[in-house]
Design a protein around this ligand. Structure first.
Ligand SMILES: Nc1ncnc2c1ncn2[C@@H]1O[C@H](COP(=O)(O)OP(=O)(O)OP(=O)(O)O)[C@@H](O)[C@H]1O
Ligand SMILES: [Mg+2]
Length: 207
């Protein structure tokens, strides 16, 4: 049986994660791999319910509650969807995972980064991505895509200062060891080519 492969795409809002996830799925399927594309918060019935609470503008959620809600959603997602798919030899592409909590609740909300790390480890049962891609969004592009912001959900309604902190956090996180940094300011095709070449190396090793 083929070995499962866990790919995570991380980055600020509108940095191109979903676009790249879709293209990557098509390519991996053309290579004969079974692919599951999933997202956070969400991915399972319970996790999608928690997503609704988190994104509902009427929800009043203080930072620590927000952190636990994201992590609760993550435990279920990891156990019920990601791990079984990997075990079955599939490729799992997750649109956001633990680094989102570091960026948004850690750097964005100002919660203790060690606490965030500890909860991330618990919520993932120590599962680590085989490929962790972080979109580094140049400020110019960040500003250009502001008009695409629907502003309907609770996270999209956060202040400019909050979103700038998150954007800066991803720039830092993109430089961490083990992270594949992607310059989100290039064309969709250029970015996809980069991600594919990384994934191709992993596929070769996994055979
Ligand atoms: N490299 C690119 N160059 C130009 N436009 C792009 C690029 N990648 C994505 N886009 C466009 O930018 C917008 C945001 O892309 P996408 O929805 O993939 O981002 P996202 O990271 O999934 O956003 P969100 O966090 O809001 O879900 C879309 O309109 C998409 O077509
Ligand atoms: Mg998206």
């Amino acid at each position: 049986m083929k070995k499962g492969l866990f790919i995570v795409l991380e980055g600020p809002d509108r940095s191109g994660k979903s676009t790249q996830a879709g293209l990557l799925k098509t390519w991996l399927e053309s290579l004969g791999r079974e692919v599951v594309v999933t997202r956070e918060p969400g991915g399972t019935y319970l996790s999608e319910k928690i997503r609704e609470i988190l994104l509902d503008p009427k929800s009043e959620i203080e930072p620590m509650t927000e952190l636990f809600l994201y992590e609760t959603s993550r435990i279920k997602h990891t156990l019920e969807k990601i791990m079984p798919a990997l075990k079955a030899g599939k490729v799992v592409i997750s649109d956001r995972y633990t680094l989102s909590t570091v960026a948004y609740q850690g750097y964005g909300r100002g919660l203790d980064l060690k606490t965030v790390d500890t909860l991330n480890r618990i919520a993932t049962l120590d599962l680590k991505p085989d490929l962790l891609v972080v979109f580094d969004m140049p400020d110019r592009i960040f500003a250009d895509r502001e008009h695409l912001r629907a502003g309907r959900d609770r996270m999209e309604r956060q202040s400019d200062a909050f979103r700038r902190r998150v954007n800066r956090a991803y720039k830092l996180l993109a430089k961490k060891p083990g992270v594949t940094r992607v310059d989100a300011g290039r064309t969709i095709e250029e970015i996809q080519a980069d991600i594919r070449s990384r994934a191709a190396r992993l596929l070769k090793r996994a055979r």
